[in-house]
Structures are given as C-alpha cells and as structure tokens.
Design a protein around this ligand. Structure first.
Ligand code: FMN
Length: 393
C-alpha cells in the first residue's frame, strides 16, 4: 500500500507528537520513503534525533538555514503525500488561512497532491468553534481529516480531541493513495515454519522466519481487513491482527481449518513440514542409546483442506522452490488455488530470513508473472492489489 511511496510527515507541538515516532516507523516498515518536518514547538515534545534515526533523514524545520535553497518547493516536488500528525489548533488555523510563515504550511501550499491531517488537542480546545471552523475550511479545500478520536487525553482527562491512532492514519492514507479498501474483509494468513518434535528437546524444522507472512498480515490490516494470523513465530502487534500461536503442522491445520471457514481470503505463506517423526519420544533421546531410527509420516495437507471447503475462501498458496519455479505452475493447477506465489529460496535476496523476496505469481490457468526482487512489504502490497482486483466485481 505504501511501498515505494514518498511521504512527508509533519509534526506539530502537541503531546500526541510522541505517537508520531511510531507512525514514522510504521511508514518505514510499510516500505515508504519518509521525510519529516517539525514545527519549533514540536521539538518540545519529540526529539528530532529520534525521527532522524527512524527515517534515516534529519527533520527539516525552517525555510532558511536548511541545506536546500528552497526547501518547501523541493520537498513538495518530492512527495506523493503529506501527513500532518498531530495537527495543533495553531497549525490548523495557519493551514486554513494559508499562512505559510512556517516550512510545514509553506510545503503544503506548494504541494498539489493529497494532504491528510490528524487534529489533536484537549477537548476544551476542540470544542471551541475556531478549530472546527478551520477543519471545515480545510475539508472544503480537499484536505483529508482523520479523527480526532474520543478517549484518554494527557493529564488524565477524557473526551474528544485525541489524535487518531497511527494504524487508522495508515489506513486512511492507503485509501487516499488509491489502495483498494479492505474494510470488512476477513483475512486468514499463516506464517513461519512448523516444528515437528523428535523428542521434548529436538524438532524437525525449516528456515522460515515468518517475515513474508507477517508483511502480508500487516498490509491487509493496514488496508482495514480483520486479520487472523496463524503463526509459529512472534506476531506483529496491530489492532486488527489476532494471532494464534501454533508449533506443529497438526496444530496449524486445526487452527487454519477452523478459521478458513470464516474467512473471505486465506493466504497460506507458512512453510509447513511435509513429514514429521511418526513416534515422537516422551523423554530426551540420549547419545548413549545410539543413533535413533527416525521413522517419518505425512503431515496434513493444509492447503488441500482449505481448497476442499464449501464455500471456500479465495485461496493463495506459497511454494518454496529450490531453483527455477518450474514445478509451481503444475502445483497451482493441481492444488486448485486461486493464486500460487512461488519463490526460489536459494536465490540471493529471496526466501527465508531475507528482507527482500523475488517471486513468480501463478494464476489458476498456470499463467504466471515474475516480479522483480523487492522488499517483502512491497511484495505484500502488490499481492493484495492483485487479490483485491481479482475479487472485486
Ligand atoms: C504541555 C502542552 C501541550 C500542548 N498540547 C497541545 C495539543 O495537544 N494541541 C494543540 O493544539 N496545542 C497544544 N499545545 C499548544 C501548542 O504547543 C502551541 O499552540 C504551539 O504554538 C503550537 O505550534 P505549532 O502548531 O507550530 O506546532 C500544548 C502546549 C503545551 C505547553
């Protein structure tokens, strides 16, 4: 959704600025390129160094004294979107009036793309007619307003005026930038590699890190879907992701088959063992006992179980290949999936544990597209774009 997008995050002088650091990190995690502009008051609430460390670029503050001769026009020409979070009453007023006497408002005025503003202030300020009048004026100028929400405020008070949560701002930005909304979609994702016990200490496992599945889950949640993530690894924290921790293929199958019946889309990105020890020992196998025979037996075919459901969700399978994904086309047809994502786990920059992935995506008819190596967040975004397009009438 945000992969490769260039976002300017404007931060103004409210207590909610502490959440802006997290918002910047979420943008970066989603694959966006992020630059920040802080008002002078904002620096009272959040350290510029924090933003520099998160985004890789120091914040800009002023028209004069920055490296750029004309920072407002340079930044406006660079950006795909501007997000101001939190937006104080003072900044709302300057924005509504077009008072470009600070770099942030000047950049907004020089920018012709989408602007998203998240007001935040104490309820007593929000209930004054001035900020509401300014928000209405901004809306009529085409600015997108997110929030404010009602809830706990700094100082122990409660009421309307609280900044929208970073995840809500992410979802709103995705919509503004044209990513299809997935609000109301029920999505099931699996991630990680299963571990099949040999004894209480040892297991047969694989190298899956869960990063690809996590990126797919986060992208769907950011687009507004309600996501169930069945995983053997640590799950990302997100208000719209419910994680179910499992370890073995049997446990994953039980969780997936139960949840898939309730899902609109199932993306099975986990690396599930095809075989497991037939008779896991109850106590540790000792060296002194000699080399044990390791009889293996099949694990359940989770993908086939979901494909057989009536009605079944839109089904996306993943195939880890070693070498060219030649077997994947046949697998896409044989497994009766709607999409099959094949990746060569032995290629550089692709597969287990890497931050990037190079995949080929096969349709039901075996036709396929090879995607270039890109971040796992970007693969996730492109995959959801494809799924949304295929599922929409
Ligand atoms: C502790 C403290 C918290 C503040 N929180 C807010 C706030 O949440 N929202 C707001 O509109 N103003 C808040 N203000 C007032 C702004 O910091 C002040 O209006 C400032 O001039 C805003 O400048 P800026 O919009 O250029 O950042 C706060 C001030 C203080 C001292």
């Amino acid at each position: 959704m945000l992969a490769g997008r260039r976002i300017i995050l404007g931060i103004t002088g409210g207590v909610a600025a502490f959440k802006s650091a997290y918002l910047a990190r979420r943008f970066v995690e989603a694959g966006a390129l992020v630059r920040t502009i802080m008002t002078r008051s904002a620096t009272e609430f959040l350290g510029p160094q924090t933003l520099a460390a998160i985004t890789g670029t120091p914040p800009a503050f002023e028209y004069f004294g920055e490296d750029e001769v004309s920072p407002h026009t340079e930044m406006a020409a660079w950006a795909d979107a501007i997000v101001i979070a939190p937006a104080t009453a003072a900044t709302l007023s300057r924005l509504a009036a077009g008072a470009s006497d600070d770099l942030l408002v000047g950049t907004v005025l020089a920018f012709s793309g989408p602007v998203l503003v998240a007001p935040a202030m104490h309820t007593a300020m929000w209930e004054h007619p001035a900020p509401r009048r300014n928000v209405a004026a901004l809306e009529s100028d085409g600015v997108h307003i997110v929030g404010p929400a009602t809830g706990a405020l700094a100082g122990g008070d409660e009421g309307p005026g609280r900044m929208a949560e970073p995840e809500e701002i992410m979802a709103a930005l995705g919509l503004v930038l044209g990513a299809g909304t997935m609000a109301g979609w029920r999505v099931l994702v699996t991630a990680g590699g299963t571990r099949e016990p040999i004894d209480p200490v040892r297991y047969v496992g694989n190298r899956s890190s869960g990063k690809m599945g996590n990126a797919i889950a986060v992208e769907a949640a950011d687009r507004g879907a309600d996501v169930v993530l069945v995983t053997t690894m640590a799950a990302p924290s997100h208000s719209r992701i419910r994680a179910i921790g499992v370890e073995t293929a049997d446990e994953m199958a039980a969780a997936v088959w139960e949840e898939a019946a309730k899902a609109d889309v199932a993306v099975l990105a986990a690396a599930v063992a095809d075989f497991r020890p037939a008779h896991p020992r109850e106590s540790k196998v000792r060296r002194a006992d000699g080399i044990p025979d390791l009889e293996l037996t099949n694990t359940p075919d989770i993908l086939a179980g979901v494909a057989a459901l009536q009605p079944r969700p839109f089904l996306v399978g993943f195939a880890a290949e070693t070498g060219a994904a030649t077997g994947a086309a046949a697998k896409a047809i044989a497994k009766d999936v709607d999409l099959l994502v094949a990746n060569d786990v032995t290629a550089a920059g692709s597969g287990f544990g890497t931050e990037t992935n190079a995949v080929a995506v096969f349709g039901r008819d075996g036709a396929f597209e090879e995607w270039p190596t890109m971040s796992k967040a970007a693969v996730a975004a492109r995959l959801w774009d494809r799924i949304v397009a295929l599922r929409s009438p």
